[in-house]
Design a protein around this ligand. Structure first.
Ligand SMILES: Nc1ncnc2c1ncn2[C@@H]1O[C@H](COP(=O)(O)OP(=O)(O)O)[C@@H](O)[C@H]1O
Length: 289
């Protein structure tokens, strides 16, 4: 396995061994064919009464700072499937000071994309670790990010649904600059207070800050790539490399577009509604009460 991983990193273009490794990892992370659901209307899930029929292999798309991590993580808890964010995998690798750290730091701090080989290697490792813990299904956040990555994903598995979160660009920049992360628990908070007036028929948007609990206050850090210049470069790269994914998945009739109406209190119930999960969420909440 280690030799295969080394091969990943040396070879270019992406070798078939890399794709095979992802295929093996992803097929075990996914629900097995026998429990896979037939196709359901976009955004809907099989009836909750038969959890075996649940088939969650979702992708979250959206610009930097839109809130992919926040909503993917909430849905992952609700649906009991792992939330796998390739940005987190990259940051873990960076902080491990392993052999890739130096190379990754340079790329990430310029707002550029890491190579497909490195990302697929990190994703395969994460899926393997999940496989060992008996995980099934997934919500991918930050992958795929290029048409090539989406084609590779298509070669290895079936994605059921792609949620595309959207916010105006001025809000995205403010949100990235206001983002704070607890270096201990890893949770994201935000100090930005956003109030954008509606213009040209577009509705205004207000988002209250998302404060950290007292135990995290002294441990808050800012991501090194959340500076204004790097955020602008990440947005430029998103528009160039990742936005074409919207058409890719639209053509497959898998894309669910979701314009965030505001902060979490307004957006979360609306997103649940768009995903036909509002009743399921309420049932789970009353069962837990
Ligand atoms: N699928 C991917 N392909 C290439 N690079 C990636 C991928 N996912 C994450 N990265 C790298 O990790 C960085 C941080 O990712 P992420 O946390 O998803 O950022 P963002 O807030 O820009 O969506 C990216 O700027 C990029 O350098």
């Amino acid at each position: 396995m280690a030799a295969m991983k080394r091969l990943f990193l040396k070879a270019s273009p992406l070798p078939s061994s890399a794709i095979n490794c992802l295929k093996r990892c992803i097929s075990t992370a996914a629900v097995s064919e026998t429990t896979k659901s037939p196709s359901y209307p976009l955004g809907s899930l099989p009836p909750r009464s038969d959890p075996k029929l649940r088939n969650v292999q979702w992708v979250f798309l959206g610009c930097p700072g839109v809130g992919k991590g926040t909503y993917a993580s909430r849905l992952s808890s609700l649906l009991a499937v792992p939330h796998i964010a390739t940005g987190d995998l990259v940051r873990e690798e960076l902080s491990s000071n392993g052999p890739l750290s130096h190379q990754l730091a340079e790329i990430v701090n310029q707002g550029k994309l890491v190579s497909d080989e490195i990302i697929i290697n990190l994703l395969s490792k994460r899926l393997e670790a999940g496989e060992a813990k008996g995980e099934s299904g997934f919500i991918l956040d930050g992958f795929p990010r290029t048409i090539r990555q989406a084609e590779i994903l298509d070669e290895v598995t079936d994605i059921d649904l792609v949620v595309n979160l959207k916010l105006p660009e001025s809000v995205l920049i403010e949100k990235c600059l206001g983002r704070r992360i607890c270096s201990e628990c890893g949770k994201n908070f935000n100090v930005a207070s956003i109030n954008v007036k509606g213009e040209n028929g577009n509705p205004g948007i207000s988002m209250a800050p998302l404060p950290s609990p007292p135990q995290c206050v002294s441990k808050l850090i800012t991501r090194s790539d959340d500076t204004e210049a790097v955020v602008k470069e990440r947005l430029r790269i998103y528009n160039e490399k990742s936005q074409p994914l919207e058409d890719f998945y639209r053509n497959q009739a898998k894309l669910l577009e979701f314009d965030l109406p505001g902060g979490i209190p307004e957006s979360w119930p609306k997103l649940l509604e768009a995903l036909n999960l509002l009743d399921y969420h309420e049932e789970k909440q009353s069962a837990a009460a």
